[in-house]
Design a protein around this ligand. Structure first.
Ligand SMILES: C[C@H](O)[C@](C)(O)C(=O)O
Ligand SMILES: [Zn+2]
Length: 264
């Protein structure tokens, strides 16, 4: 018999899924990629497997450190720089490895005016007022002339590695004035404090690529901040024995706060 005509599908076409603006925004939000976790770094896991070349696939703007915690890592426009223990800024090739770094393909979702900032507490307060979703992650970029800048770096360690707080007891500190450059910052919600530095974490690099490091304090006149609201987090977990064997729940976020901020 003649093959029956396929039954007319007289059903209405399936309704397109209703997407709320939130979902729509969610789909378009950026991703933060990080290798390893701050708790692993705090416990002295200073040798990662991830190369900067690999990291670069996940972002063009970021911060972190190098294996052996050999100085401060700042990534700007897809290039990596090390601010060394003795205060030199050197560009680093893509074969170098990192035990902890965060990066994103920086995408400006909003810009805002920042009023004069007398210290980091003030900067954090102003950026907090610009954070619309406190449980999202954020990346920031501020290009300007920093009236005062206090940064740190640390010396390359040898095995058996101490903990990060042990290393940073001997951090080197640099205080400079009138530095023109780019401040790169990340905001991590407190609920993610075992993964990344809770609150704000900034690294800086001068336009002349001579100064930089992990920012302990800063002041500047009015500036414009570029904000990148992040709605996705990708954590690459080290496939190392030390990562698999570690108890990563015993780090006190207060200890992280202490090593990440100005204690002097
Ligand atoms: C050790 C270095 O300063 C790093 C990873 O940027 C940080 O912990 O703040
Ligand atoms: Zn840092």
């Amino acid at each position: 018999s003649a093959s029956a005509e396929p039954a007319k599908n007289n059903k209405q076409p399936a309704q397109a899924p209703v997407t709320t603006t939130a979902n729509k925004v969610q789909e378009n939000k950026n991703t933060l990629f990080q290798y390893s976790t701050i708790n692993a770094l705090m416990k002295g896991q200073f040798d990662g497997e991830m190369t900067l070349g690999e990291l670069n696939k996940h972002g063009d703007t970021g911060l972190g450190t190098f294996n052996g915690v050999d100085g401060e890592l700042t990534q700007l426009d897809g290039k990596f720089y090390r601010y060394t223990y003795d205060g030199k800024m050197v560009e680093v090739g893509k074969d170098a490895k990192t035990p902890f770094a965060v990066t994103t393909h920086f995408k400006v979702t909003k810009t805002a005016k920042i009023q004069p900032v007398k210290d980091m507490t003030e900067l954090n307060k102003q950026l907090t007022s610009l954070i619309t979703n406190k449980n999202d992650f954020y990346a920031f970029k501020i290009h300007g002339t920093f009236k005062t800048l206090k940064t740190r770096s640390e010396e390359k360690q040898v095995k058996p590695y101490p903990t990060l707080p042990e290393v940073l007891k001997d951090q080197s500190i640099f205080e400079t004035e009138n530095v023109t450059g780019t401040l790169i910052g990340f905001y991590t919600p407190n609920y993610a404090a075992t993964l990344n530095v809770p609150g704000f974490h900034y690294h800086v690099i001068s336009d002349d690529k001579k100064k930089g490091g992990h920012v302990l304090n800063i002041s500047f006149d009015a500036a414009t901040v570029q904000i990148d609201e992040i709605g996705n987090l990708e954590v690459k977990l080290p496939q190392t024995k030390e990562f698999h064997d570690a108890d990563l729940t015993t780090v006190d976020p207060e200890d992280v706060h202490k090593v990440e901020t100005d204690q002097q």
